[in-house]
Design a protein around this ligand. Structure first.
Ligand code: SF4
Ligand code: SF4
Ligand code: FES
Length: 223
């Protein structure tokens, strides 16, 4: 069957992409990098972390900001993935993410790739970035239906019903498998405002881990 396509422009490149795909999928197909945190292939996009924001103009409309992982392509879209407005928004989101969960390595990596050097906000010590990957993994792939978000604002967290493990949880550990907070933590952050990012900034020698951190390219963990 012939695949249906639409024409869109990303960062000035006119592209023919599959109808029904998202801006993120279209970008990835053509090697255009858009950072993601709460997105994972084969899980329903959630649009929670917003780090994948892009600027979109729909057939001459005023450009608006939306999440690439949830926005479906249609003919005539003009998308900017690296405009000053987008870079500013992503940097702010990344900084807030690191302030909330300084030792979650993926947050550090995203922020370091954006060139952040320090965090201006008070540091908390969360290991959960509220990406919801565990919830979707449990519900969509493991048929566990054991996890959900509870609470609002600062009290929002992932929880089991009444904080008790239900019978539907078979301890498959699918939730752990996808959780960014379970990956070996970044040990580089020690003081408020300090930013590590040494794994990504290869011009500095990473000496922050004892045995080599997952995803790190230091001498203990060469590629
Ligand atoms: S271990 Fe339990 S909560 Fe985690 S994915 Fe499996 S069924 Fe869901
Ligand atoms: S527990 Fe892990 S996977 Fe679940 S929302 Fe928090 S960071 Fe994401
Ligand atoms: S990756 Fe798109 S909103 Fe999180």
């Amino acid at each position: 069957m012939k695949r249906e396509t639409v024409h869109i422009t990303i960062d000035g490149r006119l592209l023919e992409v599959e109808k029904g795909s998202t801006v993120l999928q279209a970008g990835r197909e053509f090697g255009i990098h858009i950072p993601t945190m709460c997105f994972m292939e084969h899980l329903t996009p959630y649009g929670g972390c917003r780090i994948c924001v892009v600027e979109i103009a729909n057939n001459g409309s005023k450009p608006f900001v939306d999440t690439a992982c949830t926005y479906e392509v249609r003919d005539g879209l003009v998308i900017q993935t690296k405009s000053p407005r987008i870079i500013r928004a992503r940097k702010m989101l990344a900084e807030l993410m690191v302030a909330s969960a300084p030792n979650v390595k993926i947050a550090q990596d995203i922020a370091a790739r954006m060139g952040l050097l320090k965090v201006r906000f008070p540091m908390e010590d969360n290991r959960c970035v509220l990406c919801g990957l565990c919830i979707r993994m449990c519900y969509e792939q493991m048929d566990g239906r054991a996890l959900g978000f509870a609470g609002r604002g600062m009290d929002r967290k992932v929880s089991m019903p009444f904080e008790v493990r239900p019978d539907t949880c078979r301890l498959c550990r699918g939730c752990d498998f996808v959780c960014p907070g379970v990956v070996v933590p970044c040990h580089g952050v020690k003081d408020p405002g300090e930013f590590c990012g040494k794994c990504v900034r290869l011009d500095e020698i990473p000496n922050c881990c004892e045995f080599g951190t997952f995803g790190c390219f230091c001498e203990h963990n060469p590629l």
